[in-house]
Design a protein around this ligand. Structure first.
Ligand SMILES: [Zn+2]
Ligand SMILES: [Zn+2]
Length: 236
């Protein structure tokens, strides 16, 4: 299986746009989140040599602008796209998907999206003190389980623990936003300790993980730290 990075903070090449948000393509046909704006995403898709019509499904982790920003332009280009959200996403989100003529699937609980690709289902997160539903993706390969997170508002460890409760196998890689940008060193160190305890083999924190956490993960993980750069394809 492969993950192609279509949008994030850093790029492998100048021809790609970067920014606040993320978008990862799994095996050429499932897109996880859509970055912050349509233009840079569409440009990166083109420059990465991806054909929009090959994308069949879009999974939106949570209803925040830096994850849904490119969605509406994609739906316009390809109204056959199936959109996977959570039941408690905003009314306006649901309305816009339906207005585009697209099918909306609302993932409440842990389940398979297609062979070897699972959603955690909606998990309760918090943002600015308010309830925020979010789902993460789980990819199953012979190496183990890879967990893709949007912003990890429900907490990166809570997400990993939900995955472990629902599916057998080692955690090979945790990949995406860990939401530790405002966390103290002590908190990050505790999370790192938990990562080791859970035997998470590789780590790829990005987006809202924050520089401090990224540096600490890099130091702890060494060769098993994966840098996320737009244009790169990660084999898992
Ligand atoms: Zn975010
Ligand atoms: Zn968010």
């Amino acid at each position: 299986m492969e993950i192609k990075i279509l949008f994030d903070n850093a790029a492998a090449d100048k021809k790609f746009s970067t920014g606040w948000g993320l978008s990862y393509l799994i095996d050429g046909d499932i897109l996880f989140d859509t970055g912050d704006k349509p233009k840079p995403l569409l440009k990166n898709i083109k420059n990465a040599g991806v054909n929009i019509s090959d994308i069949k499904r879009v999974v939106i982790s949570h209803d925040h602008w830096d994850h849904t920003g490119g969605l509406w332009a994609l739906l316009k280009e390809n109204p056959k796209l199936k959109v996977y959200g959570c039941p408690d996403f905003s009314k306006s989100f649901k309305k816009k998907v339906k207005a585009a003529g697209c099918e909306l699937i609302e993932n409440d609980s842990f389940g398979e999206i297609r062979k070897n690709i699972y959603t955690t289902g909606s998990m309760a997160g918090k943002y600015l003190g308010l309830y925020l539903p979010e789902q993460s993706l789980v990819l199953k390969t012979p190496k183990g389980l890879t967990v893709l997170t949007g912003c990890a508002h429900p907490g990166i460890i809570n997400i990993i623990e939900k995955v472990r409760e629902n599916i057998a196998g080692n955690i090979y890689l945790a990949f995406g936003g860990f939401h530790l940008g405002n966390s103290f060193k002590k908190t990050i160190a505790k999370i790192l300790e938990k990562f080791k305890e859970l035997k998470i083999e590789k780590a790829a924190p990005s987006h809202c993980s924050g520089q401090k956490a990224m540096d600490m993960f890099k130091e702890e993980y060494g060769e098993d730290f994966i840098e996320i750069k737009v244009g790169d394809t990660i084999e898992i």
